[in-house]
Design a protein. Structure first.
Length: 156
């Protein structure tokens, strides 16, 4: 199952970009044997999507047709890392070819995105900058692959 991170804003070089690239490279390697990955990043230029509605339309265009859609939103369900790993397996085993995780801009996700979502996921009740949310998502994808493969990276 291919994964896609669709997010508003572009992250240039810097510590966040380095972390995202590192975790996604690790995920691609760890997930290969699990039929998870590769993970593709789709960045929406916020200058070309000036309103929340325009961001929403651009995000939905970046999501592959038929993909299982997870919207990252503070109102979403919270889950443990092992539960997230199990969820990825469930989605994969149901035959999804693609899974897309969407992250909105400064004003959050447009209602048309959350309305289309198969699931809403939260990293907690606090609001996180979208750059850090991407790092956290990339790390959780890698952590999920290591949990599923029995690697000692995730310790309980």
């Amino acid at each position: 199952m291919r994964l896609h991170i669709c997010a508003v804003g572009r992250i240039r070089s810097g510590p966040e970009r380095a972390l995202i690239d590192d975790y996604l490279t690790r995920f691609d390697k760890a997930g290969r044997a699990l039929s998870l990955g590769p993970c593709h990043m789709h960045e929406i230029d916020e200058r070309k999507a000036a309103t929340q509605a325009a961001e929403g339309h651009a995000l939905l265009r970046a999501v592959p047709e038929g993909a299982y859609l997870i919207a990252l939103d503070e109102r979403g369900a919270q889950m443990t890392s092992p539960a997230f790993a199990d969820r990825l397996v469930q989605i994969r085993d149901r035959g999804a070819g693609d899974l897309a995780c969407v992250i909105g801009g400064a004003d959050g996700l447009a209602p048309e995105v959350t309305d289309c979502a198969d699931q809403m996921l939260s990293f907690g009740q606090m609001v996180w900058p979208h750059r850090l949310a991407r790092v956290m998502l990339a790390e959780q994808l890698y952590r999920a692959a290591t949990i599923l493969s029995g690697s000692p990276y995730h310790r309980v």
